[in-house]
Every structure is written in C-alpha cells, then in structure tokens.
Design a protein around this ligand. Structure first.
Ligand SMILES: Nc1ncnc2c1ncn2[C@@H]1O[C@H](COP(=O)(O)OP(=O)(O)OP(=O)(O)O)[C@@H](O)[C@H]1O
Ligand SMILES: [Mg+2]
Length: 251
C-alpha cells in the first residue's frame, strides 16, 4: 500500500489547535489520511493524544483549525465517525451479538444487510461462539472485541481508536492486533489508531505520525511499507521500530 500521499485524501486536518484556558495542548496539527489508510499516532504520555482524538471526532470543540472529510467540513450529522475508547463500552442488557449490532441499528441499516454484516464480522473477530452471552459473562478482551467489531460494522468514514488494547496483556494484544488488521483488510475502513506502544504501531499501520511533547505538533512521519502478515522479528520491522523510538526519544 502507498500511504496517504498518492492515495486520494479522505480526511484533511488543517492547523488543528486546542487550548484549555492558557494551556496549549495541540499546536496547529495538519495532516491527511488516505481513503482506507491505517494511520497510527504515537506520542509521549500526556502529550495530548486523547485530546487530539476528541477534537477530531468533535466530542470537544477545537480552538482553531478545520477538519475535512471527502473535501467537506466534517459534520457529525453528515459524516459517520466511529470511536473505540480505551475502556470498552457495552450495553449490559444486550447480548454480544446485539451489542455488535447496536451501531447498525442506530444507523437504521436494513435488516437483511445487517444480518449479513453481523455474520461476517462475528466470525472475523471470533465472537460467533459467544453471540448469545451477555457482557457480564465474558472477559475484558472479549468486551473490547465487541467495541472494535461494532465500530467497524457501520462502515464509518473514519474510525478513531484510543489505545484500545492498552489494558490487556501482551499475548492477548498480539492476537487482537492480528484480528484488527484482518477487519481493516476486509472492511477497508479509514483508521486513526492512537497508541503509546511503538511496536504495536509498526505492526498494525501503514504510516505513523509522531507527536511531540505538549504542546503537540506533528514531529515526524514514518511509512511502514512492509508486506502482511508481518512478523515482529522481521529485521525491517525492528529497524522501523528503532527509528520511531529514536524520534520519540529526542523531543
Ligand atoms: N478538559 C480538560 N481541561 C483542562 N486540561 C485538560 C483537559 N483534558 C486534557 N487536559 C490536559 O491536556 C493535556 C493532554 O491530555 P491528554 O489526555 O490528551 O493526553 P494523552 O496524550 O492522551 O495522555 P495519556 O498518554 O496519559 O493517555 C494534559 O496536560 C491534560 O492535563
Ligand atoms: Mg490518552
């Protein structure tokens, strides 16, 4: 894949700036995301990653700057943004399958189409066997898989993920990262994935933006031009991981 440069820009962020009172957190951030691209954002703790996703999704207002989707100013009424938070969010009174379906129901996806999509996604994320269980009957990683599946299911214009696997142990994370890449490959969503885990960013994404310490600016961009499936011990992957680590280390 060719990164965001030569592909048509799906998302254009221009001079995105956020202040909380006197505190400048995001300082004129600009970048594009290509249609169907998997972009990761890495940056030091507290640099403003969550603020960045919240302003992008318009959960909180920006101080200045613009966000365009398909060339139009981003509008939550017109464009569809999906969000996966660090803490999984599930409706306890709905089964696993009904939780995955929730976003599609809100979007009023026709029943036949919804069933087809649900079957596809439930098997892609390995939830088919627990479709009829309730959230209190399954593990934390299963809950996060529901949140990820639900976010992909609605064919969003942009899918934003804020460290979705940050709480999970390493082995599980590897497994879920593979699942995430599979979903993205099959459903071709445009994804912005925030993580402080450099290895994870290199493993899953096509391009990585590195944010500086607060106030956050885009400090560097690294392309990850490796074939999939990837291996964490591939010397080329290790090389890119080192490059990103160095870039984060030297503010
Ligand atoms: N509502 C708010 N009011 C005032 N300051 C805020 C608010 N939300 C965030 N901040 C400040 O903005 C800065 C960036 O916070 P943010 O949570 O976006 O960082 P982060 O990179 O996501 O951190 P972490 O790595 O811990 O997830 C911090 O200094 C934080 O205190
Ligand atoms: Mg955060």
């Amino acid at each position: 894949m060719d990164g965001g440069k030569t592909r048509k820009a799906k998302i254009e962020v221009r001079n995105l700036t956020k202040r909380f009172g006197d505190l400048l957190v995001l300082d004129q951030i600009s970048f594009d995301v290509g249609e169907g691209e998997f972009l990761s954002i890495v940056g030091p703790t507290g640099c403003g990653k969550t603020t960045f996703l919240n302003t992008l999704s318009k959960l909180i207002p920006s101080t200045a700057g613009d966000i365009f989707i398909d060339g139009e100013v981003a509008d939550p009424k017109k464009h569809h943004l999906s969000f996966v938070f660090q803490e999984p969010t599930c409706l306890p009174w709905r089964t696993v399958r009904e939780n995955v379906a929730y976003g599609m129901e809100v979007k009023r996806v026709p029943k036949a189409e919804m069933e087809k999509k649900l079957n596809q996604i439930m098997s892609l994320v390995g939830l088919a066997d627990c479709a009829d269980l309730y959230p209190n009957q399954i593990s934390a990683s299963m809950l996060q898989r529901i949140a990820v599946a639900r976010a992909f299911a609605v064919n969003p214009d942009l899918l934003l993920m804020d460290e979705p696997y940050g709480q999970l142990d390493v082995k599980l994370r590897y497994y879920l990262e593979d699942e995430l890449v599979r979903l993205w490959e099959q459903l071709k969503s445009t994804v912005i994935f925030v993580t402080h885990n450099i290895e994870e960013a290199v493993y899953v994404s096509e391009r990585i933006l590195i944010l500086s310490n607060k106030p956050a600016k885009v400090k560097a961009e690294v392309k990850v031009d490796l074939p999939r499936p990837r291996s964490l011990i591939d010397p080329r992957l290790v090389e890119i991981r080192k490059e990103v680590t160095e870039l984060i280390r030297w503010w």
